[in-house]
Design a protein around this ligand. Structure first.
Ligand code: SAM
Ligand code: DTB
Ligand code: SF4
Length: 341
């Protein structure tokens, strides 16, 4: 690997055009850089494209929980496992809108509506489109994650005012089959293409800590960075523990330094993408989160509940960002909320 060099062309042309031809040896070379060199490279690139002192905030709402026919081995909402999550029907529009209003007041810039579906039925999509229009009218960015989409469904969501579609690749192509059998990686890539072709911005990332190797984490980043267009948003989730799901048999909490290295490599390979430190912040110290921000993470979920699992309290997030002298939409929030639900 010593013979591989990764060039950091600083010409205006290279800054304007992110690469889509990353190789595994290049990703490994970056990952293995001495930590100060890696963070310096990541910070340098981060500063070209973003305010380095600012993080975005998004809030999540599970608009339809549990009973999902998919067998994702990490997920509390799969009907294949008994994680103790009660299945619910699709929420009604007014309840969703009220939660979005409170999320905005608490300092969320984006509102992400999640449903535990393999794919939406057209009848349900009508209702979700209605919710999207109403949330958008509050002046928030909108995101939805509803499972696989047809090209037509993606177009309808875009026309309803949806800004982002979240659909994760979850892990490397090689590790994928150990975690999910009911949906292929190609199915996911097809849905991402449908979202993209419909004019939606793409939010796509994955999970670490499920027992994968560092090579798998880099394999996931290579897949994302070599898509025809980089996802505008890249969520990096640390597996949030859920009982009675298969991932319990293989899960291993990653070394915190390995997480920072991975964030830094994501920042370098996808220089213009917002990298979200997503699930799993409940296990992270303030110092680790601070290092992740230095490495190029620039978005978080706020609110003490993600979908079925915990997230740090918004007051703690606001205090951390304040101690770091960083800005976020939390600064303008009316009152720091302890719960958004
Ligand atoms: N059902 C839809 C789908 O999977 O396409 C959308 C919701 S699903 C919960 C969205 C993503 O959340 C998953 O793809 C996975 O990356 C992440 N996720 C789910 N459970 C998680 C857990 N326990 N810890 C960390 N991330 C998780
Ligand atoms: C993403 O990558 N992380 C969010 C969002 N996209 C939908 C979901 C995290 C879910 C964590 C597990 C849970 O709360 O059930
Ligand atoms: Fe269903 Fe999404 Fe959970 Fe997979 S991650 S089981 S598709 S809710």
């Amino acid at each position: 690997m010593d013979s591989v060099s990764v060039s950091f062309d600083s010409s205006p042309d290279s800054i304007a055009r992110p690469r889509h031809d990353w190789t595994r040896p290049e990703a490994e070379t970056l990952y293995d850089l001495p930590f100060p060199d890696l963070l310096f490279q990541a910070q340098t690139i981060h500063r070209r494209h973003f305010d380095p002192n600012r993080v975005e905030t998004a809030s999540l709402l599970s608009i339809k929980t549990g009973g999902c026919p998919e067998d994702c081995g990490y997920c509390a909402q799969s009907a294949h496992y008994d994680a103790g999550v009660k299945a619910t029907k699709l929420m009604d529009r007014d309840a969703v809108l009220e939660t979005a209003r409170r999320a905005k007041e608490a300092g969320a810039g984006r509102f992400c509506m999640a449903a535990a579906w393999r794919h939406p039925k057209d009848r349900d999509l009508d209702r979700v489109c209605d919710m999207i229009g109403a949330v958008k009218a509050l002046g928030m960015e909108t995101c939805a994650t509803l499972g696989m989409l047809t090209p037509e469904q993606a177009r309808r969501l875009q026309q309803a005012g949806l800004d982002f579609y979240n659909h994760n690749v979850d892990t490397s192509p090689e590790f994928y089959g150990k975690i999910i059998t009911t949906r292929t990686m190609q199915d996911r890539i097809d849905t991402l293409a449908h979202a993209r072709e419909a004019g939606l911005k793409v939010c796509c990332g994955g999970i670490i800590g499920m027992g994968e190797q560092v090579g798998d984490r880099l394999g996931m980043l290579l897949l994302l960075a070599n898509l025809p267009a980089h996802p505008e948003s890249v969520p990096i989730n640390l597996w949030n523990e859920v009982r009675a799901v298969p991932v319990n048999d293989t899960a291993e909490r990653p070394d915190p330094i390995a997480l920072v290295r991975m964030i830094a490599v994501a920042r370098i390979m996808m220089p213009k993408s917002v990298v979200r430190l997503s699930a799993g912040r409940q296990y992270m110290t303030d110092e680790l989160q601070a290092l992740c921000f230095v490495a190029g993470a620039n978005s978080i979920f706020i609110g003490d509940l993600l979908l079925t699992t915990k997230n740090p309290q918004t007051v703690r997030d606001a205090a951390l960002l304040d101690r770091l002298g960083m800005t976020s939409p939390l600064d303008g929030a009316k009152a720091p909320a302890t719960s958004l639900i």
